[in-house]
Design a protein around this ligand. Structure first.
Ligand code: NAP
Length: 279
């Protein structure tokens, strides 16, 4: 199969590595900077690469792996070169607005979101096996042909990802809880710690920080562009989850302030037993 990948960064580059490794496809890369295209060719993870969208004219399937704000303009610019059978799929972390913007422009469009990533960005961060055993969610529109969904699902399964399918808006509500809310909570944790006014205490905290802080601060210390895009594109669902989070935080403050140790223990016992339901 001829596979196009637009945006040779962490996700696009990792897809290029894994599809090339299967030795069943020809991978054509597109990226904004010529230097990134040259680097992808030099690493042998694409058969060809350039910033020219016209080189995807013969692609069977194209993975759109640009930042969220570039997805719709990319499709707009790409469409004049494509044959009507070409399947487009994106990897954006937010789906409702993306599917509403692109599905009317291209019938063979299948929204997608690999639940995989690292705190790094760019082609240097791309790695093999990134999608193995990870959820990869497909969010087709009502009008998306089943054959297009099946083709993307088969490709994604070949990377050993676990394929799921759901409504784009349900996806956004679900990922607000488990992906977007944690970024804001974790970033607020780091910001709150940095607010310690006594610099010697702050220095001590930074020296003592260990695995607990590493775990809870990881997603708040990642690529700021990604956090910003999640908030901008999933604003409604993120705010909804943040308001609920704030009310739980207020409840915790109230328990601690009022010496309600039994209530606090009950809450913590419940969160201890609920956590495995997510992991
Ligand atoms: P990234 O590492 O920054 O890669 C995106 C790459 O796209 C950039 O390196 C840039 O390459 C290229 N690019 C930017 N604008 C472009 C344009 N207009 N046309 C062509 N190429 C362009 O970002 P990423 O983490 O891979 O994220 C990409 C997408 O994956 C986003 O939509 C994000 O929501 C989604 N996603 C990310 C994660 C994650 O954890 N990182 C997880 C799941 C999904 P050059 O400038 O070097 O050419």
């Amino acid at each position: 199969m001829k596979i196009g990948i637009v945006g040779l960064g962490l996700i696009g580059g990792s897809l290029a590595i894994d599809f090339t490794a299967l030795q069943q496809h020809t991978i054509i890369g597109i990226s904004r900077r010529l230097s990134t295209c040259q680097q992808a060719i030099a690493r042998g993870i694409v058969a060809a690469a350039s910033p020219e969208l016209s080189s995807l004219a013969a692609a069977d399937v194209i993975f759109l792996c640009t930042p969220l704000e570039a997805l719709e303009p990319t499709v707009k610019a790409l469409v004049p070169y494509l044959s009507s059978t070409t399947i487009l799929t994106d990897v954006g972390s937010v789906k409702g607005d993306v599917v509403r913007a692109i599905a009317p422009r291209w019938v063979n469009f299948v929204g997608g979101h690999p639940m995989a990533g690292t705190a790094e960005q760019g082609l240097d961060a791309a790695q093999s096996g990134l999608f193995v055993d990870r959820a990869y969610v497909l969010t087709p529109a009502a009008s998306t042909p089943q054959s297009a969904i099946d083709t993307v699902a088969t490709l994604v399964r070949s990377l050993r990802a676990r394929v799921y399918q759901c409504d784009p808006d349900d996806h956004d509500r679900a990922v607000a809880w488990i992906s977007h809310l944690p970024v804001i909570v974790s970033a607020s944790l780091i910001a709150a710690c940095m607010g310690e006014p006594d610099l010697s205490v702050l220095k001590l905290a930074q020296t003592f920080a260990s695995s607990g802080f590493r775990d809870t601060s990881r997603v708040g210390g990642g690529n700021p562009e990604l956090g910003l895009m999640m908030a901008r594109y999933n604003q409604h669902e993120l705010l909804r989850s943040l308001v609920s989070y704030r009310s739980h935080l207020d409840q915790m403050i109230q328990h601690i302030k009022s010496n309600h140790w039994q209530e606090l223990e009950d809450t913590l016992a419940k969160t201890q037993s609920d956590r495995p339901k997510f992991l």
